[in-house]
Design a protein. Structure first.
Length: 240
């Protein structure tokens, strides 16, 4: 019997492709026959509403579609906050208390019978959920190894190294860094050299790449990008 494959997904910043990577990995895992579950424990910057004109309204909606799960979005994403702020601030301004017990219960329901679990954070690893609790604490609580999504741009080396050090200091193992293409334009010198630099700087970590994807709701395109980027290595089951 193999153990479930479980990952937390964080980023070096906001808007650098966490949801794209999570959806691509989920779509690829489904294509390989895995039962996939995902969670976005807290999502801010949206209004809880159904999809508009057949589109997908939020990160949680996209994760649900990529997983093909029947778990309701309200369980996959227990807390939805309207203002585009860190959860600590968005919750405080909305007079909402984020209850870790609620998150724990949702996780248990989401991952039941799943072969692959993906939990997507918000922004970066140290984004505060409360004054004393951040995403790295949540991932440590749930004993989730980490995938670090890093936007391929100038400055990413510093951001990746800081994220890796913060994760490992908190006892959260980094399983891989996924460098994402942020556009389809010609690469700058930094963009052309960041991958090799990360391989040199983090020789004991797995460094992967996800190409530019312009069809973010096309599950076949997402799965193909994951396969082409070598993300299959993240779906190799391990025996107990």
């Amino acid at each position: 019997m193999t153990k479930p494959i479980r990952y937390a997904i964080t980023g070096t910043d906001t808007g650098i492709g966490k949801t794209v990577v999570a959806c691509a990995l989920a779509a690829r895992a489904r294509g390989l026959g895995f039962r996939v579950a995902a969670m976005k424990p807290i999502e801010s910057g949206i209004v809880a509403r159904p999809p508009v004109h057949g589109g997908l309204a939020s990160d949680a909606d996209r994760l649900q579609a990529a997983c093909g799960t029947t778990v309701p979005v309200s369980v996959m994403r227990p807390y939805v906050l309207e203002e585009p702020l860190a959860p600590m601030m968005a919750a405080a301004r909305a007079h909402v208390t984020i209850d870790l017990g609620v998150l724990d219960a949702a996780l248990a329901q989401v991952e039941r019978d799943a072969d692959v679990l993906l939990v997507e954070g918000a922004g970066g690893l140290l984004v505060p959920i409360s004054a004393s609790f951040s995403y790295v604490d949540l991932f440590a609580r749930w004993q989730l190894p980490l995938l670090v999504v890093a936007g391929n741009k100038l400055g990413v080396l510093n951001h990746v190294l800081l994220t890796v050090r913060a994760a490992e200091a908190a006892g959260v193992p980094v399983q891989a860094i996924v460098l994402t293409a942020l556009s389809d334009t010609d690469a700058t010198v930094a963009e052309a050299t960041n991958f090799d630099a990360l391989v040199t700087l983090l020789p004991h970590h797995r460094i992967l790449r996800l190409p530019w994807i312009d069809r973010l709701d096309d599950l076949d395109a997402l799965a193909a990008a994951a396969e082409g980027g070598g993300l299959d290595v993240l779906l190799a089951p391990s025996s107990p």
